[in-house]
Ligand binder design. Structure first.
Ligand code: AMP
Ligand code: ZN
Ligand code: FE
Ligand code: FE
Length: 289
């Protein structure tokens, strides 16, 4: 039988990718992927349409989300898979997140204006369209206006953590994000832990009860991947991974650059079936009796 491959971290135009759900499915077919985890930032709006398209085209869709959280002043992304989409309280939360994103994007635009950058919020909204507005859209607006050549430069000069137009997001803690995913009967995974460059912080997040670790990511060196595999094994965490494809938003298409053997998705599904409450306990020496 032909080996099957999956990518568990993919964005759509419903957050800050340039690829519509149909373009995501087409790219997955071209890259020979069998399943995709769709993980838009603080939004699940693409899931109905992309699941239907996937069914038609033979691509399995793992429903997901990438929640923005904060810990020790750092921005942390928590992936949630197989979350229930039925809960009213979750829909309300997502609406709050969407409102907070809009306010934040306006404030970032004001800050850019204050340092002499002539950018109109209407342009940012035109670029974000139906998507949950974020810094990537502002970065693209800055490229369009000729202030930078690439979105990455916009992050390096203005939008990244500690830069002049950086504005923090709403204060959802990592613990709250993990609990939210648990309440929705989903499985949580710490997105791109390598970007945090802080092992103590990663250990703190593991102690908060995260179910998995995104070991495979294009920003992780082989050494990092091996360290994270070991960490996942020590703490009995699921191993996830993906391209974090933003369409052409990061300069080129990343879909297809990370292909996980299907067995990682099988393990994720099994854990989702059992439910996270019956999972192996987190090894926290401070909680041992
Ligand atoms: P936001 O949700 O508005 O905070 O934007 C987060 C998104 O911005 C991430 O998913 C990336 O797509 C992008 N991003 C964050 N930091 C950088 C960076 N340093 N360089 C390029 N893109 C970045
Ligand atoms: Zn993004
Ligand atoms: Fe992320
Ligand atoms: Fe992402």
């Amino acid at each position: 039988m032909k080996s099957k491959f999956v990518d568990l971290h993919v964005h759509t135009t419903f957050s800050d990718s340039t690829f519509t759900p149909a373009e995501v499915i087409k790219a997955a077919q071209e890259q020979g992927l069998s399943a995709l985890g769709i993980t838009d930032h603080d939004s699940v709006s693409s899931l109905t349409v992309i699941t239907e398209l996937g069914e038609k085209e033979g691509i399995e869709i793992v429903p997901g989300v990438e929640l923005s959280a904060e810990e020790k002043g750092r921005e942390i992304h928590i992936l949630g898979y197989y979350i229930s989409l039925e809960e009213d309280w979750f829909r309300k939360k997502l609406a709050e997140f969407s409102h907070a994103r809009e306010e934040r994007a306006r404030e970032i635009t004001r800050r850019l204006n204050r340092i002499g950058i002539d950018l109109d919020f209407a342009i940012v909204k035109e670029i974000s369209g139906e998507g949950a507005v974020g810094r990537m859209h502002i970065a693209r607006a800055l490229v369009r206006a000729g202030y930078v050549k690439h979105p990455q430069s916009a992050f390096r000069l203005y939008l990244g953590e500690g830069k002049p137009a950086y504005v923090k997001k709403f204060p959802l803690t990592v613990g709250e994000a993990i609990e939210m995913i648990k309440s929705l009967k989903g499985i949580s995974s710490l997105a791109h832990p390598g970007l945090l460059k802080d092992n103590d912080l990663i250990l703190d997040i593991i102690k908060s009860g995260i179910d998995g670790l995104e070991v495979f990511h294009l920003d992780h060196s082989n050494t990092k991947i091996n360290n994270f595999l070991e960490l996942a094994s020590t703490h009995k965490l699921l191993v996830t991974g993906g391209s974090d494809c933003h369409g052409l938003g990061k300069g080129k298409q990343l879909l297809g650059k990370i292909k996980l053997p299907y067995k990682y998705l099988t393990a994720l599904k099994e854990r989702a079936k059992i439910g996270t409450h019956n999972a192996a306990p987190i090894l926290d020496p401070s909680r041992r009796n």
